[in-house]
Design a protein around this ligand. Structure first.
Ligand SMILES: C[S@@+](CC[C@H](N)C(=O)[O-])C[C@H]1O[C@@H](n2cnc3c(N)ncnc32)[C@H](O)[C@@H]1O
Length: 511
């Protein structure tokens, strides 16, 4: 196959043809689950070139699903004769006219990738486009960063959602299920073409795609939720629209934070994947904290990791300049000179959560993400905002003792014991959350017992009285330290505020 990929995403002039395309993929069993079954254990989005021999063997039979996998996931040519097995409803003329597939002699190749993801089909550019002169407007697929943001997104009923920097439209499509309207912005026109194709392919009618720079296309409008995976990479480059924000240092992310509040309705959230410059000799969060001054928003910066600039530049150069190995070293050197000129030594990565909360003093929390995240963690994130609202409303320990809590259904207790002549002796106990943000920490056994007796009906004060008796301590002496620990457990989601009546069900995190 010698044909080069088309420069445009496929165009189907008649909407019926997109429905036929979807139907053909469904008939072929081209779904996330069937693909995983056919190719083995791996996540479909992780298919890499090192897997090709294995995948080639697994798709050798050549049925419709094999053909779809080879064409659209592996970007491999197939025999032109195999096409009718996959495209049973669509006319071959329409197929070729659309540019989705090109035939050269006896071989057919796909111009784009299509990934079955959850119950969606997501079209985007093949990575080989990054090696062409047209790489600047490359539209990336469902990457690790897309998944991180999707996983962290708060999924609650939202009137209007904004997907800023939509790319292939993945965040907007996921938000469409819980939003009455989604507006998806990108400054790359090709991204919008992919976004529109994907919305049609998935029969989503509530996404509006708009071309423009950052918030400019939605001036004067407000949203209940803004999600953004912006081109956050800090570099001297402007090679790729999807990666390089084209602003100095971390300015693009700072600008989004500074501008977002105007576009958020009261109580609305901005969630943004972000890289930020960390000051060399101060606390890591000192620089990024200033972004939130006077925003009228509560902010939570959840750091996943920090890299020194050499490691950071090497990672990104290797990630994108896949085959241009000769240019790796000069490029990394160029990036490092840029960092030196700006005095940047370390770059932090993580998620910024911003909630518009006007008319009162705002808080900024900057801390580490737990080492493990189980499943979607949007509920954990929203729960922490609610927990902090509650804690901010409690002015004394006595007030806290009057409240009722519920142990999280996701809390787990673990105890480690060491052998002694008298048998096993408990030496360390810990609490852990096994869903969402998996916080964990050592716990005193008496506190662990108090936690497990939080059933939503008994006041904290009653449980503290029992605890004082059980450990033989004076109640007054333990109140302050116990309340401090309870505050932390509420803050991290181990304890949930019970409903006002005190009947069992937790009020936060999963409602
Ligand atoms: C890292 S990609 C994220 C794509 C997708 N939202 C996801 O999560 O996979 C960043 C996207 O932002 C777009 N973008 C870059 N600069 C922009 C700007 N100034 N205004 C709007 N979109 C921009 C790029 O074209 C690209 O589609």
């Amino acid at each position: 196959m010698t044909g080069s990929p088309t420069s445009c995403p496929p165009v189907f002039r008649n909407p019926v043809d997109i429905r036929l395309l979807r139907q053909d993929f469904e008939n072929a069993g081209f779904t996330a689950q069937s693909v995983l079954q056919r190719i083995g254990q791996k996540e479909a989005h992780e298919i890499g070139s090192e897997d090709l021999p294995l995948l080639f063997a697994r798709t050798a039979a050549g049925d419709a699903l094999d053909t779809a996998i080879r064409l659209f996931l592996m970007s491999l040519p197939v025999s032109a004769e195999a096409l009718p097995r996959l495209f049973r409803s669509m006319e071959s003329e329409t197929l070729l006219e659309s540019g989705l597939v090109q035939i050269d002699g006896k071989e057919a190749a796909a111009a784009i990738k299509i990934l079955p993801f959850q119950d969606l089909l997501v079209a985007f550019d093949c990575r080989r486009r990054l090696q062409t002169a047209a790489a600047v407007d490359y539209v990336m697929g469902v990457s690790g960063s897309s998944l991180t943001l999707a996983n962290a997104t708060i999924r609650r009923p939202s009137g209007r959602t904004l997907d800023l920097g939509t790319g292939c439209g993945i965040q907007g499509m996921l938000a469409a299920a819980n939003s009455s309207q989604v507006v998806a912005i990108d400054r790359n026109p090709r991204a919008l073409e992919f976004g529109r194709l994907n919305a049609a392919l998935n029969n989503l009618c509530n996404i509006e795609f708009r071309l423009g720079d950052l918030f400019e296309p939605v001036e004067g409008e407000t949203f209940d939720s803004i999600v953004t995976n912006p081109p956050f990479v800090i570099s001297p480059e402007t090679r790729y629209i999807y990666r390089d924000g084209g602003m100095r240092g971390d300015e693009i992310c700072r600008r989004i934070v500074r501008e977002a509040p105007r576009f958020l309705s009261e109580g609305g959230f901005l969630q943004m994947l972000c890289n930020w410059i960390e000051p060399s000799e101060q606390d890591w969060s000192d620089g990024v904290r200033e972004w939130f001054d006077e925003t009228g928003c509560d902010a939570w910066v959840l750091r996943s990791h920090t890299q020194d600039v050499v490691a950071y530049a090497s990672k990104w150069v290797r990630h994108t300049e896949l085959r241009e190995t000769d240019s790796w070293i000069p490029r990394v050197e160029e990036w490092c000179s840029y960092y030196k000129a700006l005095g940047i030594e370390r770059i932090g990565s993580g998620l910024i959560n911003l909630r518009r909360s006007s008319g009162r003093p705002n808080w900024v929390l900057a801390d580490e993400a737990p080492a493990t995240v189980f499943g979607a963690c949007g509920d954990s994130i929203r729960g922490r905002f609610e927990a902090r609202d509650f804690l901010g409303s409690i002015s004394s320990d006595e007030e806290l003792l009057e409240r009722r809590f519920h142990v999280s259904p996701h809390a787990r207790f673990q105890s480690r014991s060491a052998p002694t002549p008298d048998g096993w002796q408990a030496e360390q106990a810990s609490l852990e959350l096994v869903h969402g943000l998996s916080y964990s920490g050592k716990v005193d056994i008496a506190i662990a017992n108090l936690v497990v007796h939080c059933n939503g009906e008994r006041r904290l004060g009653e449980l503290v009285n029992e605890m004082a008796q059980a450990v033989g301590a004076e109640r007054e002496k333990i109140i302050a330290p116990v309340c401090s620990i309870v505050r932390d457990l509420v803050d991290r989601g181990f304890l949930l505020l019970a409903s006002a009546e005190g009947h069992g069900r937790p009020r936060t995190h999963t409602d």
